[in-house]
Design a protein around this ligand. Structure first.
Ligand code: SAM
Length: 258
């Protein structure tokens, strides 16, 4: 009897258990109250800018904006890098959150335990949003051609310093078209992703205008899948959306077959 009462008092009626079970049950889609609060534009903006300020003051890493040492490809150093560095503080939350929302609905994805690689976040916003969408910040690696943050390593997506089969999820949003060697960028992405791991990718192309820098990829998803070749496993999600401005927004989430 005493044991029974203890059990009831100890487990069933603990406030935390009651909240988890009846008030805020864990869900792959609905955020926790804390994450919901932090996703609000005001709180997110404060968080992002305080971190930005902290990195500037503390100089982590030592130089405020470190950039990739000369990479072999002139196109990267002469076009891609200066163009993107000039936009370092730009945040495009809509597209990030859209892709993250879809990613969160894929069956079987264990966000808490997934090792994630974010290619080309530009600043911390995308990485912080990933954590607010349920991924563990400590298990997210991010790479870009420049960085002001310890969360983002400086690396070229065509030549990554990661071992094979490292990541459960590879996330690349609006990055692929900066490559002049998309086949290489795709094969590097496949190399570092685990077999059956997920690749979430987004890019935009305009049938009428050429990109300011990088590759056209005007064949949309069909062309992109061609570059990934036999490594495209199951396609969980694909969408080509023609916007009012005449641009085609392409997104896909697929598993890697090896
Ligand atoms: C348009 S921004 C995308 C920012 C963010 N992912 C988004 O969706 O808003 C493209 C980013 O990709 C990075 N990038 C371009 N080429 C790269 C490369 N070869 N290796 C790593 N990052 C690259 C750029 O420096 C830039 O930060």
């Amino acid at each position: 009897m005493t044991n029974y009462l203890r059990k009831i008092a100890g487990t069933r009626f603990r406030l935390r258990n009651i909240i988890r079970r009846y008030i805020a049950p864990p869900s792959p889609i609905t955020p926790s109250y804390m994450n919901y609060f932090m996703r609000r534009p005001l709180t997110f903006g404060i968080w992002f800018n305080l971190r930005r300020f902290k990195h500037k003051i503390l100089r982590i890493p030592r130089r405020y904006l470190d950039t990739v040492p000369l990479v072999g490809d002139d196109h990267v150093t002469e076009n891609v890098l200066p163009y993107n560095e000039s936009l370092v503080w730009k945040i495009s939350r809509n597209r990030t959150e859209r892709l993250l929302s879809v990613l969160g609905t894929i069956g079987g994805i264990d966000k808490n335990n997934s090792k994630v690689l974010c290619i080309g976040p530009r600043n911390e916003a995308e990485v912080l949003l990933m954590s607010l969408y349920g991924f563990d910040l400590r298990k997210i690696s991010a790479i870009d051609l420049f960085s002001y943050s310890p969360l983002i390593d400086i690396m070229d997506m065509h030549e990554m310093n990661f071992q094979d089969n490292q990541f459960d999820v590879l996330y690349s949003s609006y990055v692929l078209r900066y490559s002049n060697d998309i086949r290489l960028a795709c094969s590097e992405s496949v190399r570092v992703t685990k077999p059956n791991g997920l690749i979430a990718v987004a890019f935009v192309h305009s049938p009428t205008t050429k990109p300011q820098v990088g590759t056209q990829l005007s064949g949309g998803l069909k062309e992109m899948f061609h570059y990934f070749g036999d490594n495209v496993g199951h396609i969980f999600w694909q969408e080509e959306l023609l916007t009012e401005s005449g641009q085609m927004v392409c997104t896909s989430i697929f598993s890697v077959s090896k």
